[in-house]
Each structure stands twice: as C-alpha cells, then as structure tokens.
Write a new protein. Structure first.
Length: 283
C-alpha cells in the first residue's frame, strides 16, 4: 500500500486502502506488419511508443486510433483490442500490465475518464515512468514488488489523476463499496466456492429481493455475474503460466469441470482458454 500520495480527488479511505498490482512489463522491438491478435486483459495496459506508428483497433470503427512516436496508448481492463505496426522501420515500445486497487475490489482507474490515446508532455512523462519500471525489472526480475517499481507506478497514477477527472458517479461508487463492505469481503474470500444469494443478503441485512435490486443498482451487474467476473479474472492470470493445466484451473476456481469452464470462458472472452494461453505466450 502507499500512503504518500496526497491528492484531492481521492479521499482518505481510498488512500489508506490503495495498492498497486504489477502483472508484467517489457521493452519490445516490433517489425513492420507485426500484428497482435484480438485479445483482452483483466488489467490495464499502458504502451509508450518510443518510435514508429501502430494502429490500435477496439472492435468498432470509431474506436480505432494511431499511436505515433511519443504517444501513449491506454487500454482499460476487460477491453478487446488488436494492434498492428504500420511504420516501415517497425516500432519500439515499452508497455506495462497493471492495476491500482482500492478497498480490495475497486479498480481505481476504471472510475476515471481516461482516453485511449494520450499525446504531448503527459505521454512523455508517463512513458518515462514505464521505461524506468522496465529497466528496474530487466536489471533484476525480483524487483517487481520493490519500492522502486512502486514509486514509478504511483508516479503514473499521480500523472493520470492530475490530468483526468473521475466519472460523475464516482462518490456513489465509493459509498456503495462502503455500504456493501461485508458482502464484498465475503465474496473476495469465497468466490471460488458456491455462494448463494441468500447468504449475501443476510450479510447485508436486507431481504433477498431488496439485496439483489440494490446490488445491481450499485454495481451494474448481478451478484452471480460479479462473482463470475472475479473467477474469470483469476483464470486469465493463471493462464499466463504453463505450470497449471486448464483442468486444474477449472477446479481451483470452482467450476464443475473443464468443459464448463471452457464454455464460459469462450462466451465471455471470445476465445478458448487454450487459445488465450497460446496468444499470451506469443506476446
């Protein structure tokens, strides 16, 4: 956790609970015509373009944009994306896969209005922090949880919060997490098990119908879908490693069997767990 940030857009409760989760990062040289297939990540991806030109595609015509030298691409968590190098000399990039979590379950950046493309001085300053993280991790792979990496990560956060504003209902989101804290804590500890809605309603002190209605109003999804999203997020993380089989992932996350897990994963992520693992291995 980090208590050193003193920024007016975050209240004291958020600051006390704020934590940085590093997944991976890398400096990469890409050749002309290189294509990254359609994929989505459960975490944020920031890509700083040192040189070259890349087209990013977000699944709709209005969502396509070009990342030129000195620009920064921002892909929010759970967003389908595809990338292609357009410059004849290829491209050189630094990227980081991460998230900031507050109150154990709030993906902080998802509650700020951050564009997919950042240019100018802000992009360069953000890029400098990503480059510094990659250098530290490259020099010593054990540095991923070090104070140095977290220092640069929280500089990224400060730069983003300095430049961009929270969503209109930001305070309501925080209040909802405070109101449902006992429920969310229980879900966080047990989402790989069979959780019944009646138990959650009891923890909230509401009837089942009232709980279901208020939960959906506050979080924009049902309790079942909320729990499923946590399982699938863990699944995508576990698929990054070859040391655990897909069947073992299914069992670990509380799915009935590998077939059910694969069917649900394909439905929500657009590809099978096997193909997802293969694509991540190629990145």
């Amino acid at each position: 956790m980090c208590n050193s940030i003193n920024y007016p857009k975050l209240n004291k409760l958020l600051l006390r609970s704020l934590d940085f989760e590093y997944i991976n990062s890398r400096h990469t040289a890409l050749y002309y015509g290189w294509v990254e297939p359609w994929h989505c990540s459960p975490w944020w991806v920031l890509t700083y373009c040192r040189s070259g030109k890349i087209e990013m595609q977000l699944g709709n015509p209005d969502g396509n944009y070009f990342v030129n030298t000195g620009d920064l691409s921002v892909i929010e968590s759970e967003r389908m994306v595809r990338g292609e190098v357009l410059s004849g000399d290829g491209a050189e990039i630094d990227w980081i896969n991460f998230r900031f979590v507050a109150m154990d379950s709030i993906d902080l950046l998802s509650h700020f209005v951050i564009p997919n493309l950042i240019s100018g001085e802000t992009a360069v300053r953000l890029g400098e922090q990503i480059v510094a993280i990659n250098k530290a991790v490259h020099d010593n792979p054990d540095m991923t949880t070090s104070a140095i990496v977290k220092k640069h990560a929280f500089m990224i956060l400060e730069l983003l919060l300095e430049k961009f504003s929270p969503i209109p209902d930001f305070n309501m989101v925080i209040e909802a997490h405070e109101h449902f804290k006992r429920v969310l804590d229980y879900i966080q500890d047990n989402y790989c098990k069979n959780i019944v809605c009646e138990k959650l309603a009891k923890l909230s002190g509401m009837s089942s119908a009232t709980f279901f209605r208020n939960f959906r109003k506050c979080f924009g999804t049902t309790p079942h879908q909320y729990i499923l999203s946590l399982r699938l997020k863990d699944a995508r993380y576990l698929l990054l490693s070859d040391s655990i089989t897909i069947g073992e992932i299914a069992e670990t996350l509380g799915f009935c069997d590998q077939f059910q897990f694969s069917r649900i994963f394909r439905k929500h992520c657009g590809i099978s767990p096997t193909l997802y693992r293969k694509r991540q291995r190629l990145r």
